[in-house]
Design a protein around this ligand. Structure first.
Ligand code: DX5
Ligand code: ZN
Length: 247
């Protein structure tokens, strides 16, 4: 049985003057949820949107799953307003939560699916005690803050590790990946075990969002159809230098 892989277009790279229409194009291309990046200029060196924009988008897209990725300090304080604005899933960074167990419960108490996010430098082991509580683990494959960055290959090891842990412990969380997902990286990402693919620049960066989404999803699904014995993971997953933008 091939695994199901889903595409989550990230509106960070969409046309904000025409946000709902642009997002709809990506959904028509096969995106099954919308990834919504919330940044506060403190936790990450960039600013994006707040609850009012999520609420407006919710009116335009009443049935779409909004996968809200909070890249903010004190995310606990903002769970109620984002839940009320229409978030369906809310993920918080492990690095931003001193009381991660409490925050994950808080998200679920507000009727949203709880996710936890790992920055590239944060090991999977830091989630060991909370994996039972999460609907998805989001592996950052870039340093959060900006779209259009280069994919960090060592993040593939973390996806493989999460697959192993999930199997060993009989859990069922999704493994989501965010950053640098594109036609040239998607096969390795799917082979590593990710099933939710966030893509901003590759979908909205240029050309037709519907077609871009379709092509990316096709490439991902083709990979899942490859017989497992022919899947060989690129063996070079060690550290490689990569550019890191600041502002
Ligand atoms: C960046 C965001 C991402 C971003 C990914 O901090 O979390 O969701 O949109 O962008 P791409 O797909 O362009 O690398
Ligand atoms: Zn994101």
């Amino acid at each position: 049985m091939p695994r199901t892989v889903e595409l989550a277009p990230s509106i960070l790279s969409a046309n904000f003057a025409n946000l709902a229409a642009h997002a709809k194009q990506a959904l028509e291309g096969g995106g099954t949820l919308l990834h919504v990046d919330i940044m506060d200029g403190h936790f990450v060196p960039n600013l994006t949107i707040g609850p009012p924009v999520v609420a407006s988008l919710r009116k335009a897209l009443p049935d779409t799953i909004f996968d809200c990725h909070l890249m903010i300090e004190s995310p606990d304080e903002f769970i109620p307003p984002f839940a009320e604005a229409g978030a369906t899933w809310i993920s918080v960074h492990q690095e931003a939560c001193i009381h991660l167990d409490r925050v994950l419960h808080h998200i679920a108490d507000h009727g949203c699916k709880a996710g936890v996010v790992l920055n590239p430098a944060t090991p999977v082991e830091t989630l060991s005690e909370v994996l039972e509580l999460v609907h998805h683990v989001l592996v950052m494959s870039i340093n959060p803050g900006f779209g259009g960055q280069e994919f960090i290959r060592y993040s593939l090891k973390k996806m493989q590790q999460l697959v192993r842990i999930r199997e060993e412990r009989g859990l069922d969380f999704h493994i989501e990946v965010d950053g640098g997902v594109a036609l040239d990286t998607v096969a390795d990402i799917v082979r590593a075990g990710a099933d939710l693919l966030v893509a901003g620049n590759a979908v909205f960066g240029r050309g037709d969002a519907k077609q871009n989404a379709r092509e990316l999803l096709d490439a991902a699904r083709d990979t899942t159809l490859t017989a497992p014995e022919t899947i060989t993971m690129a063996n070079d997953l060690g550290f490689r230098p990569h550019r890191v933008p600041t502002r």
